[in-house]
Design a protein around this ligand. Structure first.
Ligand code: ADP
Ligand code: TYD
Length: 206
């Protein structure tokens, strides 16, 4: 029925928001899902991130994970009329891999869009959590090594790329100031999802 995605750089508050939405939207019985996924393909993606393999191979693994996610989870759930909420989705590639493939391919974003064309499903609504990179990094309290994506320079470029995507498609993206109070963000996002789901239901009835 409706596909909602939540995007933003590492440490922007996506997981915190999703766990609050589980409670705030429980009456709508949404399906919560994420990328990278929990299949063996998703496990290989995590391994690829940890081992810092060739950036094209890494991008193709993320895309393979997306293909399994779309055909095995998203498409069947939407066909059943479910509200689906995904923590990261296609725009994560259009933001992160557009940066990691810079200098490797002549036009990474076009290459990424071409590979997704014809089979991936475009979200109805995408929340983009935006905050200064130094705040995101200081929020990430892992007590261990950061993933190779988690450097200030890379995340600056990734966030710039996310904002460019939002500018390209202003009717799909809702840009959220992720520095705001957690509860305020959660209630705003929950209300917006309710509106989107309600609108879609009435559209289907006519
Ligand atoms: P992500 O899933 O995007 O990597 P998390 O949800 O794990 O981010 O949030 C990273 C850290 O920031 C967590 O410690 C979380 O408690 C904190 N956090 C999340 N949202 C906010 C917020 N609005 N204000 C302050 N801290 C936040
Ligand atoms: P994730 O497990 O969502 O990390 P976090 O919860 O810290 O945001 O994603 C792992 C890393 O993979 C993260 O740095 C973002 C990156 N990533 C991509 O580069 N491309 C993608 O398509 C996806 C889904 C994630």
């Amino acid at each position: 029925m409706v596909l909602i995605t939540i995007e933003g750089i590492d440490g922007s508050g996506k997981s915190t928001l999703v766990s609050a939405l589980r409670e705030l939207l429980s009456d709508l019985d949404p399906l919560f899902t994420r990328e990278p996924g929990s299949t063996w393909v998703g496990e290989q993606v995590r391994r690829a991130i940890a081992e810092e393999i060739d950036p094209i191979a890494e991008a193709l693994l993320f895309i393979a994970d997306h293909a399994v996610h779309v055909s095995g989870v998203i498409r069947p759930a939407l066909a059943e009329g479910k509200l689906v909420i995904s923590d990261r989705y296609r725009d994560s590639r259009y933001a992160y891999q557009a940066v990691t493939l810079q200098g490797v391919l002549p036009d990474p974003l076009s290459w990424l869009k071409d590979i997704h064309a014809g089979w991936s499903i475009t979200p109805d609504l995408t929340f983009l959590l935006v905050l200064p990179v130094n705040e995101a990094l200081s929020r990430m309290d892992r007590g261990g090594a950061l993933e190779h994506f988690e450097t200030a320079d890379l995340l600056e470029d990734v966030q710039r790329q996310y904002l460019a995507l939002a500018e390209e498609e202003p009717s799909r993206f809702l840009v959220i100031d992720a520095g705001k109070d957690e509860r305020e963000i959660q209630e705003f996002v929950a209300d917006s999802i309710r509106q989107c789901a309600g609108w879609s239901r009435s559209r289907r009835r006519h």
